[in-house]
Ligand binder design. Sequence first.
Ligand code: NAI
Ligand code: OAA
Length: 259
Amino acid sequence: MKIGIIGAGAIANFLLKEINSKQMKNLHINSILVRDVEKYRTLESSFGVKLYSNLDDFLQSDIDIVVEAANVQAVKTLLPAVMKKKDVVLISIGALADAELLTEISSLVDEYNHVVHLPSGAIGGLDIVQNAHALGSVTNVTLTTRKPASSLIEEIITDEKVIFAGKAVDAIKQFPKNMNVSIVLALAGLGVEKTNVRLVADPHIEKNIHQVDISGDFGEASIKITNNPFPENPKTSYLAAMSILGTLQRMNRNIRIGG
Ligand SMILES: NC(=O)C1=CN([C@@H]2O[C@H](COP(=O)(O)OP(=O)(O)OC[C@H]3O[C@@H](n4cnc5c(N)ncnc54)[C@H](O)[C@@H]3O)[C@@H](O)[C@H]2O)C=CC1
Ligand SMILES: O=C([O-])CC(=O)C(=O)O
């Protein structure tokens, strides 16, 4: 499968190393869309890719699928045009908290028949939420995220501080680089208005910890993921990048595990 990536940050570089440098079977990154081609020119020789700054040229290049690894704003701006031409894997899923964009994307899926893949990113438990919600009988989904205080706030604190408590739809507005997980969780179940979120800045941790609590007719579940952060971008968990790779690898398989 030939891949085009939007963005050239921590996640994109991880994918370039794992897929192109290690010559991963059945996957190859051919094209990267950036805003400033000169800034990233060395990627061409290091990883054998071609850089584009024009979306149409990028979409017309030799790629089967687009992987977005940029940010929420880029998804809002670029996704409708991408979906008319290619299947897409999104990691800045927070963009879909925007009800208008979600409606537009749903009608583009119907019209152009391209698939939108939403990897589980830095969390787990989406299988439980989706299955438990099959009869619409999930009553509560709460995400509690703890990140190192220095990656969230400038203020120096000695005790942990809750910096957000409320609905997923508001969490992503205030923390677009940290709360994408809350939106994939919401889309899997109760929606962005009914999925509860707490974001805690913790001066005593070095990992990104996500706790997902689910209850409903099925029973109760709690899943805690203690994520190693990316050294290049500590806001981002290593698992988020791995989840893109896993999603791409599973597309080639005919035995589907977990649904
Ligand atoms: N779903 C999840 O679990 C997670 C999602 N994320 C999302 O993934 C995104 C990427 O993460 P990282 O690679 O760590 O961030 P990063 O900040 O290292 O890299 C993002 C890159 O995208 C580029 N970019 C921004 N707008 C662009 C545009 N319009 N066109 C082309 N390039 C553009 C930036 O210049 C930057 O180089 C985050 O912003 C966040 O939205 C991050 C962690 C977890
Ligand atoms: O990487 C993480 O731990 C979660 C994250 O930043 C996001 O969901 O935006």
